[in-house]
Design a protein around this ligand. Structure first.
Ligand code: ADP
Ligand code: ADP
Ligand code: MG
Length: 670
């Protein structure tokens, strides 16, 4: 095919994506003087990527299928705005060959490989067949066309357990199950197929040997339409949860120079097998000795910034130059590795509640300045809504430094200074993760997070410290209010120095049944705090400052506390992490009783995909009741305590809204 038809100069670029990657692409496109067109769904009218682009076109309703995944609407948006090219970002249509072809047919340049290359490399099974021929090392496994259960079972037996069942069309770790023994295989296939069908509309499976103590190593490659192909070093993405990357770094701290050269050469060979054009990633899994090809992603990757920071190359700029039909600006030996970069994915989710996505409005979004090797790629701002329709990734915090140790420190600092309120994020979890001893020492494998989950998600400040900070925050707020009411209040005249001694009793709780009583004596610049379960009172001093925070000194150690109070909800950030507390109003008649706790409700909008217990069944605490698919992920709802399953109020296939009652249980008699 005439390549000038595929790749040629353009002035207007449509970005067929949303969130941080749409914003990221717009930044580089604008720097190159291009006009940018955003597309959006009804849920994203006020989204950041829409505000950033020169023009924006509404695609349709919130559901991705009706908007970001609707090929016709995207092409129509390009036609309407005179866009000449389309950048697909990652996720959504980025690896959809039909879309790449539709762009070409509509006379648009697709910023990426051709539909044929995508088809060849897009399916995990197909690409493995190709790699086998090209002599790239593969994980032993079955990647044939025949899909009946007997054949799959026979293949798994032959490979030997444990095996990994994977959706051939998979991505984002979905449609994948580790199977330890033959007995678990059939159930795993059923559930993986169901997830794959829902997420990718394709439930073909392949089976691989599950590599022991696996590490994930991948190589960034980029090719132009003149036959040049470069590798831009490797990234290591071994810190994963449910096969989805959480922290990525470059270069890999595991490889030596010889191994680095070898894996990069293998990646060039893999991409060379299809004369690849555009940016792509060859993924390998390593057992510590050898690397095995697992898949190719024919697009820009979430974690591409770590490669940019160690090479000084703007990958989006290079993608666009390749799409213009230009030659790659550097030769292989001109690509130099400098320092170390590490990235953390910030998600709207609650690690303490099994990483349940958190939806709602972002009240505060504050990130540190992008200086000193720190980079923030965000897709959200203060006031933006996080909807349940799309991936819950909000931003990436990325740090560069001359050494890995220094990069980790910078990343942690960047995370600590990132302040997001209104929704729950995984930021404290990310901080705990990057500073973990084993992560610093790089003695990890892809199962690390799963094994260490408890330690990584539990925040354990010294007993009472939280309540103590909460009481100080509460008294500041109340005294401030009092000061506003009395013009001559000593608080107004002397700052935070009340005259005479006062005593106040507060009650806080951090989750059901965790009420803590705090007695605060203060005045003349001194504070003494007594906690109900502690004999000796604690003396402290406090210095408030503007903007909802104060310095607190206990035992001669001064530390900084950020405190925000809205009605009865308290947000605290102390040296031990972030905490949400509820301020129990002693006059407000609040009780410990939780109405409706015997009801199992949908935590978010979703689809009921399986019922796991029968009406009348006796349930242990934690017993599985039903499975809900929420944001393309399966989420099992469990009994909050032992009891009898009185009623199931939904059936498989029901689409349920947030808060809808799904089942009722009767607590076992105490
Ligand atoms: P990476 O290696 O770049 O993280 P992933 O395969 O994890 O690649 O997917 C990239 C992103 O796109 C993730 O945020 C994932 O949730 C999202 N994603 C993956 N597949 C799809 C899809 N079919 N539709 C929409 N988003 C997807
Ligand atoms: P996805 O398209 O969802 O990214 P991958 O095939 O890349 O799917 O696998 C996701 C992750 O699962 C990999 O990053 C790797 O950590 C792990 N993984 C994949 N294949 C194997 C394997 N055969 N053995 C052990 N771990 C694997
Ligand atoms: Mg992958």
């Amino acid at each position: 095919m005439d390549r000038s038809k595929l790749y040629r100069r353009f002035r207007t670029l449509l970005i067929a994506n949303r969130g941080e990657i749409a914003c990221r692409v717009i930044r580089s496109a604008r720097a190159m003087g291009l006009r940018t067109v955003a597309v959006y769904s009804e849920a994203d009218r006020d989204a950041m990527h829409v505000a950033m682009a020169d023009e924006a076109v509404l695609l349709g309703p919130a559901r991705a299928r009706d908007s970001y995944l609707n090929i016709e609407r995207v092409i129509e948006a390009a036609r309407k705005t005179g866009a000449e090219a389309v950048h697909p970002g990652y996720g959504f249509l980025s690896e959809n060959a039909e879309f790449a072809q539709a762009c070409l047919d509509a006379g648009l340049v697709f910023v990426g490989p051709t539909a044929a290359m995508m088809t060849a490399m897009g399916s995990k099974s197909g690409s493995k067949q190709l790699m086998e021929k090209a002599g790239v090392p593969l994980v032993p496994g079955y990647h044939g066309e025949v899909q009946d259960e007997a054949i799959l079972a026979e293949a798994a037996d032959k490979i030997g357990f444990p095996v990994l069942v994977k959706a051939s069309a998979g991505g984002g770790g979905r449609g994948m199950r580790v199977v330890k023994s033959a007995g678990e295989l059939s159930a795993a296939i059923v559930s993986a197929k169901r997830e794959a069908k829902a997420a990718f509309g394709d439930d073909r499976m392949l089976i691989e040997k599950f590599v022991q103590n696996p590490r994930h190593i991948e190589v960034q490659i980029i090719g132009d339409s003149h036959g040049n192909l470069l590798s831009l070093f490797e990234r290591e993405c071994t810190l994963q949860r449910r096969h989805q990357k959480v922290i990525e770094e470059a270069p890999s701290p595991t490889l030596n120079a010889t191994q680095r050269d070898a894996v990069c050469a293998a990646a060039r060979k893999a991409a060379g097998a299809v004369n690849y054009v555009g940016a792509g990633t060859i993924e390998f899994v390593s057992d510590g000795k050898e690397v095995f090809f697992i898949e190719m992603n024919t697009r820009l990757q979430v974690e591409h910034p770590v490669t940019e920071l160690i090479t000084g190359i703007d990958l989006v700029e290079w993608q666009l130059r390749v799409a213009f039909g230009e030659k790659l600006p550097l030769k292989q030996d001109e690509i130099k590795l400098n320092g170390h970069a590490i990235e953390a994915r910030v998600y709207a989710e609650n690690p303490q509640k099994n990483f349940m996505p958190s939806v709602g409005r972002i009240k505060t979004w504050r990130t540190p300045d992008a200086v000193d090797g720190l980079r923030i790629d965000a897709g959200y701002r203060s006031g933006d809504a996080v909807s349940p329709y799309y991936d819950a990734m909000l931003a990436k915090v990325i740090a560069w430094a001359p050494t890995r140790e220094a990069a980790i420190e910078r990343l942690n600092r960047g995370l600590e200074e990132t302040d997001v309120r209104g929704i729950t994020t995984n930021i404290p979890f990310l901080s705990a993760l990057v500073t973990h001893r084993d992560v610093r020492a790089n003695t990890i494998d892809t199962g690390f997070i799963e094994r260490e989950l408890k330690g990584l998600t539990e925040t354990s400040p010294p007993p009472g410290e939280l309540e103590l900070c909460a009481a100080v925050a509460a008294v500041i707020v109340q005294e401030q209010q009092a000061a506003r009411n009395e013009a001559h209040s000593p608080w107004r005249t002397y700052g935070w120095q009340p005259v005479g001694l006062r005593t106040r009793v507060f009650q806080f709780r951090q989750g059901p049944g965790t009420e803590q009583k705090v007695t605060l004596h203060y005045g003349d610049g001194r504070f003494t705090v007594s906690l109900a379960d502690r004999a000796a009172p604690i003396a402290l001093s406090m210095m408030p400052y503007a903007g909802g925070g104060f310095d607190i000194t206990i035992d001669g150690v001064k530390s900084n506390v950020v405190a925000v109070i809205e009605n009865h909800e308290l947000y605290l950030r102390t040296r031990n992490g972030r905490f949400d507390l509820h301020w129990v109003d002693p006059f407000g008649g609040e009780t410990e009783e939780h109405v409706g706790e015997d009801k199992i409700v949908a935590p978010l909008p979703g689809t009921v995909v399986a019922l796991l217990a029968e009406e009348g069944a006796t349930l242990e605490k934690g017993a599985a009741i039903l499975t809900l698919e929420v944001m393309k992920m399966e989420q099992t709802l469990r009994a909050p305590y032992a009891g009898v399953l009185k009623k199931i109020k939904c059936k498989v296939g029901d689409i349920v809204g947030e808060g809808v009652e799904l089942a009722e249980i009767e607590p076992a008699a105490a």
